[in-house]
Design a binder for this molecule. Structure first.
Ligand code: MG
Length: 332
């Protein structure tokens, strides 16, 4: 018996009947020989951690654009927080922790530079629209590994595609990540907004504080405990907690997500990305070769949007400067 086979037996013994068992995975688009050590979901998690798009998350905006402070979230630290919350819930509900972790670590790989402001710009450009959850799937299926993709399992792809609220993942693990994303971003956005000075802790709605808790730690704990108590059959919050979560979401929307101070740089994002788009549409041969290949197969809009979507905030700014800002003479 291999180590993987032993793990698969353990999954059968330990996990809930509602869990996705690795031995019963619907598999990969291109069949592969099994690993002697790791289940298919462990392998998917490892492929995501080792891919280039994962490393680029460290320089992508979460909510606050390119913050100088060391303690603001980036897309990478957000992803790690989602994975932590999701694994805690998955283990408590006896779900497949490896599958949960793989979905969580991959869920935002398709995010554009500059957060939702970047997504908004690309959505206007692409005729079929641009959504980060679809782009995350495109990254792992096509853009990584020089156009070969990571060949992930069906369950991980489904969880990544359907991590956004309102979507319907096919596994309980996918549902856990969808809710963990909501728990993570709400609480770290509050913390970052207080750090930025656009919010003070005493502004939070009193009923929300009373039910969910006064600190980030208390609120995350309350939301996780509620999900675990709600059970594995239908993943979610109890009605009482969901109501307070939604109140908090509305509050954050009004006070932070559209706050003119927090969003003051966003109009520049549209200008910067639109200029880059027009430049590379006119000069597609200036893109890295993997995108010129997409240009030949799928056309200009798709190729340039893939290129721009993959950029980190820093990369987009440096590229813009290189193309459009006069460079100083280097006299030495
Ligand atoms: Mg997310």
């Amino acid at each position: 018996m291999t180590v993987r086979e032993r793990t698969q037996c353990l999954e059968e013994q330990i996990l809930s009947p509602y869990a996705a068992k690795s031995a019963a995975s619907k598999g990969r688009q291109k069949p592969e020989e099994e690993c002697p050590l790791r289940t298919c979901f462990q392998r998917d998690r490892d492929r995501i951690v080792h891919c280039k798009a994962f490393r680029r998350l460290k320089q992508k905006t979460q909510v606050f654009l390119s913050p100088e402070g060391d303690h603001y979230r980036t897309r990478l630290t957000h992803t790690v927080e989602v994975a932590q919350i999701a694994r805690t819930i998955a283990r408590a509900l006896q779900l497949n922790e490896d599958l949960t972790e793989a979905i969580a670590l991959g869920h935002d790989l398709g995010h554009t530079p500059f957060g939702h402001a970047g997504e908004y710009v690309l959505n206007k450009i692409l005729p079929q629209g641009f959504h980060h959850y679809e782009q995350s799937v495109r990254v792992v299926q096509l853009l990584e590994e020089d156009g070969q993709g990571l060949n992930l399992t069906f369950e991980v792809l489904d969880g990544i595609l359907n991590h956004k609220k309102g979507h319907t993942p096919q596994t309980q693990e996918g549902w856990v990540v969808q809710f963990s994303d909501r728990i993570a971003y709400m609480n770290h956005d509050i913390e970052d907004a207080i750090r930025e000075g656009v919010l003070s802790a005493d502004q939070l709605p009193p009923k929300v504080v009373q039910v969910l808790g006064n600190t980030k730690s208390e609120r995350i704990k309350c939301l996780i405990l509620d999900m675990v108590a709600h059970g594995v059959e239908q993943i979610g919050f109890s009605p009482k907690i969901e109501e307070q979560y939604l109140t908090l979401h509305r509050f954050m929307y009004q006070n932070v997500y559209v706050n003119p101070y927090a969003k003051k740089e966003e109009s520049k994002v549209e200008k910067l990305l639109t200029e880059l788009y027009e430049y590379f549409s006119a000069n597609p041969e200036k893109m890295p070769w993997e995108y010129t290949e997409i240009y030949k197969k799928e056309g200009c809009e798709r190729a340039v949007c893939d290129y721009i979507a993959g950029m980190s905030d820093e990369y987009a700014v440096r590229l813009f400067e290189k193309i459009f800002v006069p460079q100083k003479w280097d006299v030495f």
